[in-house]
Write a protein that binds this ligand. Structure first.
Ligand code: FAD
Ligand code: NAP
Length: 341
């Protein structure tokens, strides 16, 4: 028997801290509960929303249907060969604690992704990324419950169609798969570091103090840099970067660069990635407030709840920012977190 609760508050389960109530609420402790949960939703014709840490969602005050909190726990390490390690982690585990745990076991590769809020199961949904590393770079496979076929199966990285903050879980197959476990492919080599980002390289060097830089130095550097720049959702409600960094082609990039010589952009394959935070700041939005929400004063890409904000207010400020950036740079900013419903 499923223990479904009614009228359950989600206010402490979304990192914006918006007041929200789920019509029905259920905590998934084990993947064996999934078939019954699906049957329950189908029989009562209720939509299902999966929630991990709630750090990439924008919730309305009422969420119709069932909200299922991914609470499955557990991890397992298997040494594949001398240098390759397979780490399998249940969907409900904390992402940051998993990064810490992997390093404590002498398994490296996740250090650039430290301090990202949320759960392991949500990480493939937007192919989380930071400091030049994306989840897909360290992923071996993803275990899912396929709600269409009603079976558990493993998906390979190519089947997940990962892109920049994208995957099938967020796009073409949104709502079809419930991610139950993630298997990572990590290394015991401590010298395979990604230090492409200047600030990360410089801070890691400081932590290493003249010794060779290790994954633990990188982990400490990432935590330090993020704490300097990003608001802690426990203090100020937010969902991290609110917009994706837009892509333009070479010609568009050169035209923009001519008009705005300080523009921050990076070559990315045959396109250019523009720093959305720079575009927003250039439009004068950094630190501004509209009603009870605003733009964070240390990072213009982060929208914050100043207390008492809600989904409608975030939509209004996001539209105003999109409008201004489009008018000035002819570039459309795409929202990264998802609105519910
Ligand atoms: P939720 O917000 O609960 O859910 C996100 C989406 O995934 C929803 O659509 C939900 O339905 C779906 N989902 C959740 N669990 C599952 C599951 N098991 N199976 C299928 N679907 C599921 N993101 C980055 O990429 N890089 C960063 O550096 C980064 N930094 C951040 C910093 C801050 C301060 C904050 C607040 C957010 C940041 N984020 C970042 C965004 C966010 O932390 C990530 O997207 C994270 O993976 C979301 O995890 P979650 O458990 O909170 O997901
Ligand atoms: P930052 O290091 O100041 O960089 C600003 C922007 O420039 C970032 O958007 C980053 O792109 C890009 N960039 C910087 N150096 C680069 C390089 N060497 N090559 C390619 N692109 C480069 O950014 P920040 O705000 O302090 O964040 C640090 C990292 O954490 C970034 O990777 C950012 O994506 C990640 N982060 C993500 C979220 C989220 O919610 N998605 C929230 C906070 C931080 P990328 O964004 O593509 O890396």
């Amino acid at each position: 028997m499923l223990r479904v609760q009614q009228q359950h508050s989600l206010t402490h389960l979304n990192s914006f801290g918006f007041q929200s109530v789920a019509e029905y609420f259920f905590e998934i402790q084990n993947s064996t509960e999934l078939p019954d949960l699906l049957t329950y939703c189908r029989q009562l014709k209720l939509p299902l929303l999966l929630l991990g840490g709630g750090s990439n969602v924008i919730l309305s005050d009422r969420i119709p249907g069932v909200v299922a909190l991914m609470a499955m726990k557990g991890q397992q390490i298997e040494f594949h060969d001398l240098h390759r390690v397979l780490l399998t982690v249940a969907a409900g585990e904390s992402w940051h604690e998993t990064v810490k745990y992997s390093l404590e076991q002498g398994c490296f590769g996740l250090e650039n992704l430290a301090l990202i809020p949320g759960t392991v199961g949500a990480a493939p949904v937007q192919n989380i990324g930071a400091y030049g590393v994306e989840l897909k770079d360290r992923l071996s496979r993803v275990e899912v419950f396929d709600t269409q076929e009603q079976v558990m199966r493993w998906l390979s990285p190519s089947e997940c169609h990962f892109g920049y903050r994208e995957s099938i879980f967020k796009s073409i197959e949104a709502g079809r798969f419930i991610i139950t476990q993630v298997e990572f492919s990590l290394t015991t080599h401590s010298d395979q570091l990604n230090l492409e980002y200047q600030a990360l390289r410089e801070t890691s060097e400081k932590y290493a103090a003249g010794d060779p830089i290790t994954p633990l130095h990188v982990f400490d550097a990432v935590c330090y840099l993020r704490q300097q720049k990003l608001p802690n959702p426990a203090d100020i409600g937010n969902a991290g970067s609110f917009f994706k960094n837009p892509r333009v082609n070479l010609q568009e990039y050169l035209q923009l660069k001519e008009s705005f010589p300080d523009l921050v952009g990076f070559a990315d394959g045959d396109a250019y990635k523009l720093a959305a935070g720079w575009l927003i700041e250039a439009c004068g939005w950094k630190g501004k407030r509209l009603e009870s929400v605003g733009v964070y004063e240390k990072q213009a890409l982060v929208l914050v709840n100043r207390g008492g904000g809600n989904r409608q207010q975030i939509e209004r400020i996001a539209s105003a920012i999109q409008h201004d950036v489009e008018q000035r740079f002819a570039v459309r900013l795409e929202v990264e977190p998802r609105y519910y419903p």
